[in-house]
Design a protein around this ligand. Structure first.
Ligand SMILES: [Zn+2]
Length: 285
Protein backbone atom coordinates (compact mmCIF):
# COMPACT_ATOMS: atom_id res chain seq x y z
CA UNK A 1 0.00 0.00 0.00
CA UNK A 2 2.88 2.33 0.73
CA UNK A 3 4.13 1.58 -2.79
CA UNK A 4 0.94 3.02 -4.27
CA UNK A 5 1.26 6.20 -2.17
CA UNK A 6 4.89 6.60 -3.23
CA UNK A 7 3.95 6.15 -6.88
CA UNK A 8 1.43 8.98 -6.54
CA UNK A 9 3.99 11.25 -4.88
CA UNK A 10 6.54 10.50 -7.63
CA UNK A 11 3.96 11.23 -10.30
CA UNK A 12 3.15 14.63 -8.76
CA UNK A 13 6.83 15.51 -8.36
CA UNK A 14 7.42 14.78 -12.03
CA UNK A 15 4.92 17.52 -12.89
CA UNK A 16 5.97 19.97 -10.20
CA UNK A 17 9.43 20.07 -8.64
CA UNK A 18 8.15 22.52 -5.99
CA UNK A 19 6.28 19.79 -4.06
CA UNK A 20 7.09 20.73 -0.45
CA UNK A 21 5.26 18.22 1.71
CA UNK A 22 2.92 15.23 1.59
CA UNK A 23 -0.49 15.21 3.25
CA UNK A 24 -2.66 12.12 3.68
CA UNK A 25 -6.21 11.86 5.00
CA UNK A 26 -6.91 8.25 6.01
CA UNK A 27 -10.12 6.56 7.07
CA UNK A 28 -9.85 5.08 10.53
CA UNK A 29 -8.16 5.72 13.84
CA UNK A 30 -5.04 7.72 13.11
CA UNK A 31 -2.64 8.68 15.89
CA UNK A 32 -1.49 12.33 15.83
CA UNK A 33 1.14 13.61 15.23
CA UNK A 34 2.85 10.27 14.64
CA UNK A 35 0.58 9.49 11.68
CA UNK A 36 0.21 5.83 12.55
CA UNK A 37 -3.02 4.17 11.49
CA UNK A 38 -3.90 2.22 14.61
CA UNK A 39 -7.04 0.63 13.28
CA UNK A 40 -9.29 1.10 10.28
CA UNK A 41 -12.77 -0.21 9.62
CA UNK A 42 -13.45 -2.00 6.31
CA UNK A 43 -9.81 -2.83 5.57
CA UNK A 44 -6.85 -4.69 7.02
CA UNK A 45 -4.57 -1.77 8.06
CA UNK A 46 -3.35 -2.17 11.63
CA UNK A 47 -0.49 -0.28 13.25
CA UNK A 48 0.81 1.09 9.98
CA UNK A 49 3.17 4.00 10.47
CA UNK A 50 2.35 5.80 7.25
CA UNK A 51 3.98 9.11 8.10
CA UNK A 52 7.36 7.61 8.99
CA UNK A 53 7.38 5.44 5.87
CA UNK A 54 6.46 8.35 3.61
CA UNK A 55 9.07 10.67 5.10
CA UNK A 56 11.77 8.05 4.85
CA UNK A 57 10.96 7.20 1.25
CA UNK A 58 10.35 10.71 -0.12
CA UNK A 59 12.65 12.85 2.01
CA UNK A 60 9.72 15.27 2.36
CA UNK A 61 7.85 16.23 5.53
CA UNK A 62 4.55 14.37 5.71
CA UNK A 63 1.36 14.51 7.76
CA UNK A 64 -1.20 11.76 8.13
CA UNK A 65 -4.51 12.54 9.81
CA UNK A 66 -8.02 11.18 9.91
CA UNK A 67 -9.83 11.93 6.64
CA UNK A 68 -12.78 13.69 8.27
CA UNK A 69 -10.41 15.88 10.32
CA UNK A 70 -8.65 17.20 7.23
CA UNK A 71 -11.93 17.54 5.33
CA UNK A 72 -13.20 19.66 8.24
CA UNK A 73 -10.10 21.85 8.02
CA UNK A 74 -10.67 22.42 4.29
CA UNK A 75 -14.32 23.36 4.82
CA UNK A 76 -13.50 25.68 7.74
CA UNK A 77 -10.62 27.52 6.07
CA UNK A 78 -11.40 27.44 2.37
CA UNK A 79 -15.14 26.78 2.13
CA UNK A 80 -17.79 29.29 1.02
CA UNK A 81 -17.66 30.91 4.47
CA UNK A 82 -14.64 30.86 6.79
CA UNK A 83 -15.31 29.51 10.27
CA UNK A 84 -13.13 29.25 13.37
CA UNK A 85 -15.59 27.06 15.31
CA UNK A 86 -17.36 24.46 13.25
CA UNK A 87 -18.01 20.78 12.83
CA UNK A 88 -18.07 18.90 9.56
CA UNK A 89 -20.31 15.86 9.77
CA UNK A 90 -19.92 13.44 6.88
CA UNK A 91 -22.95 11.28 6.35
CA UNK A 92 -21.94 8.40 4.12
CA UNK A 93 -21.69 4.67 4.81
CA UNK A 94 -20.79 5.74 8.35
CA UNK A 95 -20.85 9.09 10.14
CA UNK A 96 -17.47 10.87 10.35
CA UNK A 97 -16.64 14.24 11.78
CA UNK A 98 -13.99 16.92 11.83
CA UNK A 99 -14.10 19.42 14.67
CA UNK A 100 -12.40 22.77 14.16
CA UNK A 101 -12.10 24.97 17.26
CA UNK A 102 -10.24 28.30 17.34
CA UNK A 103 -9.33 27.62 13.70
CA UNK A 104 -7.51 24.36 14.48
CA UNK A 105 -8.46 20.71 14.21
CA UNK A 106 -9.48 19.30 17.59
CA UNK A 107 -8.10 15.78 17.96
CA UNK A 108 -7.75 14.99 21.64
CA UNK A 109 -4.40 14.06 23.27
CA UNK A 110 -3.57 11.19 20.87
CA UNK A 111 -5.55 12.16 17.79
CA UNK A 112 -8.31 9.76 18.67
CA UNK A 113 -11.11 12.20 19.52
CA UNK A 114 -13.83 13.82 17.41
CA UNK A 115 -15.81 10.64 16.75
CA UNK A 116 -19.28 12.15 16.61
CA UNK A 117 -20.58 9.05 14.82
CA UNK A 118 -20.28 7.13 18.09
CA UNK A 119 -21.96 9.72 20.29
CA UNK A 120 -25.04 8.05 21.74
CA UNK A 121 -28.34 9.55 20.68
CA UNK A 122 -30.64 6.68 21.70
CA UNK A 123 -29.48 3.82 23.97
CA UNK A 124 -32.59 1.85 22.93
CA UNK A 125 -31.67 2.25 19.26
CA UNK A 126 -30.24 -0.29 16.81
CA UNK A 127 -26.79 -1.81 17.20
CA UNK A 128 -23.88 0.10 15.70
CA UNK A 129 -20.96 -1.43 13.81
CA UNK A 130 -18.86 -0.59 16.89
CA UNK A 131 -20.96 -2.90 19.06
CA UNK A 132 -22.81 -0.26 21.09
CA UNK A 133 -26.48 0.55 20.65
CA UNK A 134 -27.97 3.78 19.33
CA UNK A 135 -24.82 5.62 18.20
CA UNK A 136 -25.46 8.45 15.76
CA UNK A 137 -23.89 6.27 13.06
CA UNK A 138 -26.40 3.49 13.75
CA UNK A 139 -29.27 5.93 13.21
CA UNK A 140 -28.09 8.53 10.70
CA UNK A 141 -25.79 6.90 8.14
CA UNK A 142 -26.18 5.34 4.71
CA UNK A 143 -26.07 1.99 6.48
CA UNK A 144 -29.00 3.07 8.67
CA UNK A 145 -30.90 4.27 5.58
CA UNK A 146 -30.36 0.89 3.92
CA UNK A 147 -31.59 -0.92 7.02
CA UNK A 148 -34.69 1.27 7.32
CA UNK A 149 -35.34 1.00 3.57
CA UNK A 150 -35.23 -2.81 3.68
CA UNK A 151 -37.64 -2.90 6.55
CA UNK A 152 -39.99 -0.46 4.76
CA UNK A 153 -39.84 -2.53 1.57
CA UNK A 154 -40.62 -5.74 3.47
CA UNK A 155 -43.67 -4.06 5.02
CA UNK A 156 -44.89 -2.63 1.69
CA UNK A 157 -43.86 -4.89 -1.21
CA UNK A 158 -45.92 -2.81 -3.68
CA UNK A 159 -44.34 0.48 -2.57
CA UNK A 160 -41.85 2.50 -4.58
CA UNK A 161 -38.77 1.40 -2.58
CA UNK A 162 -39.52 -2.31 -3.09
CA UNK A 163 -40.46 -1.69 -6.73
CA UNK A 164 -37.24 0.18 -7.54
CA UNK A 165 -35.20 -2.54 -5.84
CA UNK A 166 -37.00 -5.25 -7.83
CA UNK A 167 -36.36 -3.33 -11.06
CA UNK A 168 -32.66 -3.04 -10.24
CA UNK A 169 -32.56 -6.77 -9.53
CA UNK A 170 -30.83 -6.21 -6.19
CA UNK A 171 -31.61 -5.58 -2.54
CA UNK A 172 -32.72 -2.19 -1.25
CA UNK A 173 -29.82 0.22 -0.80
CA UNK A 174 -29.56 3.74 0.61
CA UNK A 175 -29.24 4.93 -2.98
CA UNK A 176 -32.60 3.38 -3.88
CA UNK A 177 -34.25 5.03 -0.87
CA UNK A 178 -32.70 8.35 -1.96
CA UNK A 179 -33.99 7.92 -5.52
CA UNK A 180 -37.48 7.12 -4.24
CA UNK A 181 -37.46 10.09 -1.85
CA UNK A 182 -36.35 12.46 -4.59
CA UNK A 183 -39.12 11.12 -6.83
CA UNK A 184 -41.65 12.14 -4.17
CA UNK A 185 -42.24 8.81 -2.38
CA UNK A 186 -43.61 9.65 1.05
CA UNK A 187 -42.31 6.52 2.77
CA UNK A 188 -38.78 7.19 1.56
CA UNK A 189 -39.04 10.87 2.57
CA UNK A 190 -40.19 9.78 6.04
CA UNK A 191 -37.03 7.66 6.39
CA UNK A 192 -34.94 10.75 5.62
CA UNK A 193 -37.01 12.64 8.20
CA UNK A 194 -36.13 10.01 10.83
CA UNK A 195 -32.50 10.04 9.83
CA UNK A 196 -32.35 13.85 9.88
CA UNK A 197 -34.02 13.94 13.28
CA UNK A 198 -31.29 11.76 14.78
CA UNK A 199 -28.63 13.89 13.10
CA UNK A 200 -30.24 17.09 14.43
CA UNK A 201 -30.36 15.66 17.97
CA UNK A 202 -26.63 14.93 17.76
CA UNK A 203 -25.92 18.40 16.41
CA UNK A 204 -27.94 20.03 19.22
CA UNK A 205 -25.72 18.24 21.75
CA UNK A 206 -22.54 19.26 19.95
CA UNK A 207 -23.69 22.87 19.85
CA UNK A 208 -24.53 22.80 23.56
CA UNK A 209 -20.90 21.88 24.22
CA UNK A 210 -19.02 23.98 21.67
CA UNK A 211 -21.20 26.96 20.59
CA UNK A 212 -20.59 26.48 16.89
CA UNK A 213 -20.63 29.05 14.09
CA UNK A 214 -21.85 26.41 11.66
CA UNK A 215 -22.35 22.72 11.11
CA UNK A 216 -21.34 21.63 7.62
CA UNK A 217 -22.83 18.41 6.29
CA UNK A 218 -20.84 16.36 3.77
CA UNK A 219 -20.84 12.77 2.55
CA UNK A 220 -22.99 11.03 -0.04
CA UNK A 221 -26.35 11.49 1.68
CA UNK A 222 -26.16 15.29 1.48
CA UNK A 223 -27.02 14.83 -2.21
CA UNK A 224 -30.60 14.42 -0.97
CA UNK A 225 -30.49 18.14 -0.08
CA UNK A 226 -33.47 19.45 1.87
CA UNK A 227 -34.88 15.94 2.32
CA UNK A 228 -32.03 15.48 4.80
CA UNK A 229 -31.24 19.06 5.86
CA UNK A 230 -34.77 20.28 6.68
CA UNK A 231 -35.53 17.60 9.34
CA UNK A 232 -31.97 17.97 10.65
CA UNK A 233 -32.46 21.72 11.20
CA UNK A 234 -35.87 21.11 12.77
CA UNK A 235 -34.47 18.68 15.34
CA UNK A 236 -31.40 20.86 16.02
CA UNK A 237 -33.86 23.63 16.93
CA UNK A 238 -36.21 21.36 18.87
CA UNK A 239 -33.43 19.94 21.06
CA UNK A 240 -31.34 23.11 21.32
CA UNK A 241 -30.14 24.21 24.73
CA UNK A 242 -31.36 27.74 25.64
CA UNK A 243 -32.33 28.71 22.07
CA UNK A 244 -33.55 32.14 23.19
CA UNK A 245 -30.12 32.96 24.59
CA UNK A 246 -27.74 31.02 22.33
CA UNK A 247 -27.61 31.04 18.54
CA UNK A 248 -28.52 27.86 16.67
CA UNK A 249 -25.79 27.38 14.08
CA UNK A 250 -26.64 27.28 10.38
CA UNK A 251 -26.60 23.72 9.04
CA UNK A 252 -25.26 23.90 5.50
CA UNK A 253 -24.06 21.50 2.79
CA UNK A 254 -20.29 21.12 2.30
CA UNK A 255 -18.48 23.24 -0.29
CA UNK A 256 -15.94 20.69 -1.52
CA UNK A 257 -17.84 17.41 -1.43
CA UNK A 258 -15.57 14.42 -2.01
CA UNK A 259 -12.48 16.60 -2.60
CA UNK A 260 -12.44 18.14 0.90
CA UNK A 261 -10.11 15.46 2.31
CA UNK A 262 -7.46 15.98 -0.37
CA UNK A 263 -7.59 19.77 -0.07
CA UNK A 264 -7.43 19.67 3.73
CA UNK A 265 -4.58 17.15 3.79
CA UNK A 266 -2.52 19.37 1.47
CA UNK A 267 -3.31 22.46 3.58
CA UNK A 268 -2.35 20.68 6.80
CA UNK A 269 0.89 19.35 5.26
CA UNK A 270 1.95 22.83 4.18
CA UNK A 271 1.12 24.37 7.56
CA UNK A 272 2.82 21.60 9.50
CA UNK A 273 5.95 21.74 7.33
CA UNK A 274 6.06 25.51 7.92
CA UNK A 275 5.56 25.20 11.69
CA UNK A 276 8.30 22.70 12.34
CA UNK A 277 10.93 23.75 9.79
CA UNK A 278 13.24 20.89 10.54
CA UNK A 279 12.33 20.54 14.24
CA UNK A 280 9.85 17.77 13.80
CA UNK A 281 9.04 15.37 16.64
CA UNK A 282 10.44 11.88 16.13
CA UNK A 283 7.74 9.46 15.04
CA UNK A 284 7.20 6.56 17.41
CA UNK A 285 8.79 3.37 16.02
ZN1 LIG B 1 -20.92 3.20 17.39
Amino acid sequence: MTALLLEMVDELRKDDDAVAAVGVGAAGTVEWPTGRIRWAPNNEYRDWNVRAELERATGLPAVVDNDANVAGLAEARLGDVRYDHMILVTVGTGVGSGIVLDGRIYRGPHGLGAEIGHMNVNPDGPQCGCGNFGCLEALASGTALTRMGRSAAAGDPAGMIATLAAESGAEVTGQIVTTAAMAGDRTAASLFARLGRSLGIGIASMNAIFELEAVVIGGGLVDAGELLLAPTRRAAREFAYAPSARPIPPIVPATFGGDAGKIGAALLALEDAGEHQGHRPEPTP
